[in-house]
Design a protein around this ligand. Structure first.
Ligand SMILES: Cc1ncc(COP(=O)(O)O)c(C=O)c1O
Length: 414
């Protein structure tokens, strides 16, 4: 256990670890934000100090991700789940404005389903109606059991629609540990080449959920996306803040679309509302924004996303190497197919009667928590978000190696 405030190593999937220097700074801000004499959770969101803080947060995100001027950065609440609905409503409104005369069933929403979260997003699209939902590819079809989300499908499996209202994917599936590769030549990369190029007349309605991989490395082809969104609570801050990177043509007048037959959109779900009000239509999650700003400043001072990309690559490869070592000795089993593994959430099984519990209990004794897999899939999940240090990963890897040695000792020695 670290001697810093009795803290353990938290490998939880979200909310998850935050950098300790940020927690210390935030504790000061809780009492007195930027020498205003008012704590951050108490200050007006319209004060000049807070509005300049949020403007700085926006510019830090823009700088780190190289967000082009075609896109705005919006802040809201409600997490990824709220965006499941907002994506459908705003993108259908946009489609309606582009096709004022077309029958509603011509609005097709393309969903790439590679795990529990994209499946959930697609279910919300079906629930809200207003168009047809097309599962472009469902990775379960390509798993050995026909049921597991354990792979990124190969490119020939994708059946995109012509001129859809939206094309949706989840970059990193937090529960299942499946992620699109960022190597352009990899068969597990997102098949951007199948979508064609955005033209001035026809901009790609591409939407990506980056909730659990935001700011862990650069976003490939960001400029080709209509929307990228993420809840803060994995890599950049506490729960309560959602970041949306929205191409300007998606900030549509939802009321004008409703007059043409689109579904009315709750005012707070309209991206245009957020844009028009500079993300201050209502009281935002001030504390979460503050802490996210501190995390972004830290990312910047450490060398930006390049630093985190290198660090996160090393962290993930160390853990996967330990899983492989355990797998070769019959103790662990990686759940995800080669090439589709997540950098952020490493999932594996522990073989043997009571072995999973022994693994978790032993980890806890060594001050490591949050390793239990999601309740829907079981097993072990190691979340390696930005705040997890390489030393902490080394501690885990040593423990994994020791566990494997112990489990494979001849019975007489145990
Ligand atoms: C990839 C992904 N998308 C969406 C969500 C839902 O986010 P929220 O809990 O912020 O609504 C999560 C939550 O863990 C997630 O990991």
């Amino acid at each position: 256990m670290s001697n810093n405030h009795g803290r353990v190593i938290n490998f939880g999937a979200g909310p998850s670890a935050l950098p300790e220097p940020v927690l210390e700074e935030a504790a000061k801000g809780l009492f007195n934000f930027q020498n205003t004499g008012i704590g951050i959770a108490e200050i007006s969101h319209r004060s000049k100090e807070f509005t300049s803080f949020i403007a700085n947060l926006e510019s830090l995100i823009r700088k780190q991700l190289d967000v082009p001027p075609t896109h705005e950065i919006l802040f809201t609440q409600g997490g990824g789940s709220n965006q499941f609905s907002a994506v459908v409503l705003n993108m259908l409104a946009r489609w309606r404005l582009l096709h004022p005369e077309a029958p509603a069933e011509e609005a097709v929403m393309d969903y790439v389903v590679t795990g529990s979260w994209s499946k959930k997003a697609m279910e919300e699209a079906k629930r809200l109606g207003g168009g047809r939902v097309n599962a472009v590819a469902d990775s379960r079809q390509f798993s050995q059991t026909g049921k597991a989300f354990d792979n990124i499908p190969s490119h020939d499996a994708y059946k995109f629609s012509r001129d859809p209202a939206l094309i949706y994917y989840c970059e990193n599936e937090t529960v299942d540990g499946v992620e699109f590769s960022h190597e352009e030549s990899s068969p597990a990369a997102f098949p951007f080449q199948l979508l064609g190029q955005s033209t001035e007349k026809q901009l790609l309605p591409l939407v990506a959920d980056y909730s659990s991989s935001f700011m862990c490395r650069p976003i490939p082809r960001l400029a080709d996306h209509a929307i990228v969104y993420a809840g803060a609570q994995k890599n950049i801050g506490p729960a309560g803040l959602t970041v949306i990177i929205a191409r300007k043509d998606c900030l549509v007048d939802v009321d004008a679309a409703a007059r043409l037959g689109a579904a009315p959109v709750p005012i707070m779900l309209s991206w245009k509302t957020l844009s028009d009000s500079k993300s201050l239509y209502n009281t935002p999650s001030v504390l979460s924004i503050y802490m996210t700003g501190l995390v972004l400043e830290r990312i910047d001072s450490l060398g930006g996303l390049k630093y985190f990309e290198d660090l996160n690559r090393r962290k993930a490869s160390k853990v996967y190497a330990a899983v492989k070592e355990g797998q070769d000795r019959g103790v662990f089993q990686k759940k995800v197919k080669d090439g589709s593994e997540s950098w952020m959430n490493v999932v594996f099984e522990v073989f043997g009667e009571g072995a999973e519990k022994r693994f978790l209990d032993g980890a806890e004794k060594k001050g490591m928590k949050g390793l239990k897999g999601h309740r829907s899939v079981g097993g072990i999940r190691v979340s390696l978000y930005n705040a997890i240090t390489e030393e902490q990963v080394d501690t885990l890897v040593t423990y994994m190696n020791d566990f494997v040695a112990e489990e494979t000792k001849p019975k007489a020695e145990q």
